[in-house]
Ligand binder design. Sequence first.
Ligand SMILES: NC(=O)c1ccc[n+]([C@@H]2O[C@H](COP(=O)([O-])OP(=O)(O)OC[C@H]3O[C@@H](n4cnc5c(N)ncnc54)[C@H](O)[C@@H]3O)[C@@H](O)[C@H]2O)c1
Length: 335
Amino acid sequence: MTLNFALIGAGRIGKVHAQAVMTAIPEARIVSVADNDLPAAQSLAQTYGIPVFTHNHLEAIQQADVNAVIIASSTDTHAPFIIDAARAGRHIFCEKPIAAQLSTIDTALAAVDQAGVKLQIGFNRRFDPSFARIKQAIEGGEIGIPHLLHIISRDPGPPPVAYIRVSGGIFFDMTIHDFDMARFLFGDVEEIYAAGGVLVDPAIGEAGDIDTALITLKFANGAIGTIDNSRKAIYGYDQRVEVFGSRGSASNTNLYPDAVTISDGATVRRASLPLNFFLERYQESYRAELQAFVRAVVEDAPVPVTGQDGRVPVVMAMAAKQSYLHNRPVRLSEI
Ligand SMILES: NC(=O)c1ccc[n+]([C@@H]2O[C@H](COP(=O)([O-])OP(=O)(O)OC[C@H]3O[C@@H](n4cnc5c(N)ncnc54)[C@H](O)[C@@H]3O)[C@@H](O)[C@H]2O)c1
């Protein structure tokens, strides 16, 4: 069986997904692409020989040969497009987050249930080979009983302030991936305490957000974790995890464009900074998450990242924001 995708959104991440499907997944292809910026849809269609391009997402979804939809358009379109795709009986791969409001998420998830289609959310970091190996170390008992989790997640630079004004802030646009990683590795979180500050750029504070955060997580299994976020690490994208348990620990290092060390009379040092941002650092994971989705559809197996997995990190972001604003621990059950 060949899985035929409609792709909605031909922007930054839409291009990454198009490349993955058209160059690395032989059992799938994209047969239609929609973007309300028509030249963007047309340009992507020309790059990969996609027969249909349109400004209208419904036209792309409703092509007769389409079995599944990739939603890679702006966040506010995700929930309505999930509903449209579900009603058309298409399986759905949707970028994170599903929506900013829980009621909106629940309406979209209900439409998916009712249609009986599959929905996978784009929490790509789960498919990064290093983080997948850390998960395997936990599940295989290599670190024993999990005690502590540390996630360091620092961006090379902040997004434009205009984006911060509409993104919902750091917990929703950045930490959301780390909340998912925490759940992926250690399971459900019960309580969150977040401390935050504006240490990078006062303009971010003036826009009502913070740029630096340290978040404490209490897991249902008794383990404790931290997430350490900065919007600006001067040396580049810093993506590290350490898990520690009764039998040992597992951790990863950052990835570099080369493995070269320069040694001279004064220092021994790396010749390069870490891969600069998510498109380079997580390139392999974007391919792997779509390969997993295609496998789940073709083999009629469960998807690895469910709608519920998309919902919970939004609850965690809400809890973190409450915690930061009121300077107290917040239980997820309060949200
Ligand atoms: N998983 C990840 O690592 C990751 C990385 C980047 C972005 N994202 C998510 O992907 C989504 C897109 O982000 P991006 O960086 O690619 O943004 P982008 O602005 O580069 O692309 C979004 C595209 O959607 C199109 N669009 C907007 N409204 C539309 C509509 N009604 N119909 C059709 N097309 C429409 C825009 O014209 C644009 O081309 C966001 O939800 C973001 O959170 C996820």
